[in-house]
Design a protein. Structure first.
Length: 345
């Protein structure tokens, strides 16, 4: 078999190409092309134009696979009539550098070629091999051009030959579908934080001074000693043995030392309050004696307040002659009934 014309398109410039590294683009693409067929002399047809379209997908760093459909219509050398050729095949493209703006590739493929001439048609095995170039124009579009030698097994034995060899040159575009995958960002280096300095321990707080209980006062009178030990509800006859003169609420001089010791205890025993309770003997009317007992309680109350005892710790009551501690039938018993008691609360 003889090739009528073979264009000088297979010389590919590889040197001096500036390559720009990109992330691998693995999108599907379509490749519309126009082609020119330099037909085998045995076909007895002129060279002619045609077209094609392919659907491709990058498979690996260097390999693309394409499913392509091509067609061309050639005129007979003599007389009238057309020579129609339709090819459907699978091609493998090997790219030298997918990520470059410009890269050459090699191609090999196999498929079927349908031949239609007046009075005859057949479908035979087809194979092709060639070389090409890709030039990236944008992120989605690249220019492509290749030259291939196509082998056609002609089962009809048209024109006295059962196989043909054609040279086909094509030019077209690769149009990527969808958005280009972005390279995964490089992980930021993990910077271990510098260890925090050990905090200086705070000085231990000074221990709180332990409050020492006030020492119990030195007491002389039994009444003060009894008051020092008294609990809530206890009753202490603070003026027993001193009492009051008949029909009087005035404190006698010998009552002052007893009252002073009672003041000392109340200042020490801040946990207690007291009722100052006055009493009388039975001489006189009950009404008079009630008032007299209240005045006697008030005399002791006023003395305590004058010595610094808080008034809110004190209260006064008078029972008149109603609660005698001794018999009112004797002078001695009546003297002891003229008394003041402290009832602890």
């Amino acid at each position: 078999m003889r090739i009528k014309t073979l264009p000088v398109l297979v010389t590919l410039a590889l040197a001096g190409t500036a390559l720009q590294a990109q992330a691998m683009d693995d999108r599907l693409y379509v490749a519309p092309t126009v082609n020119y067929t330099f037909s085998d002399n045995d076909r007895q047809a002129d060279d002619g134009w045609g077209g094609g379209v392919a659907l491709g997908k990058p498979i690996t760093e260097h390999l693309n696979m394409e499913l392509g459909l091509t067609g061309s219509s050639l005129d007979f050398n003599t007389g009238s009539g057309k020579y129609d050729l339709w090819g459907l095949g699978v091609d493998a493209l090997y790219l030298l550098n997918r990520d470059a703006d410009f890269t050459p590739y090699g191609v090999v493929g196999i498929g079927a070629l349908y031949t239609d001439i007046p009075g005859k048609h057949d479908t035979g095995l087809m194979g092709n091999i060639g070389v090409g170039i890709l030039k990236r124009l944008t992120d989605n579009i690249s220019l492509r051009a290749d030259a291939r030698y196509r082998m056609d097994g002609n089962a009809t034995n048209a024109f006295g030959a059962n196989d043909f060899g054609d040279a086909i040159v094509s030019v077209g575009l690769n149009i990527a579908l969808g958005q280009k995958a972005q390279p995964a960002p490089k992980p930021e280096p993990v910077v271990e934080p510098a260890p925090a300095p050990m905090p200086t321990p705070a000085p231990a707080p000074a221990p709180e001074p332990v409050a020492q209980p006030e020492p119990a006062p030195m007491l002389k009178t039994p009444q003060a000693m009894q008051l020092e030990q008294a609990k809530s509800g206890d009753s202490v006859v603070i003026l027993e043995g001193v009492n009051f003169e008949f029909d009087s609420a005035r404190l006698r001089p010998d009552a002052i030392p007893i009252l002073d010791e009672a003041v000392t205890v109340l200042k020490h025993r801040k946990d207690i309050s007291v009722d100052v309770v006055g009493h009388t003997d039975s001489i006189g009317t009950k009404k008079y004696n009630q008032g007299l007992s209240e005045r006697r309680a008030k005399s002791v109350y006023d003395y305590f307040v004058s010595k610094g005892i808080a008034a809110d710790r004190l209260a006064t009551k008078g029972y008149g002659e109603t609660k005698p501690a001794y018999s009112n039938a004797t002078r001695e018993g009546r003297a002891k009934n003229r008394r003041v008691e402290l009832v602890v609360k």
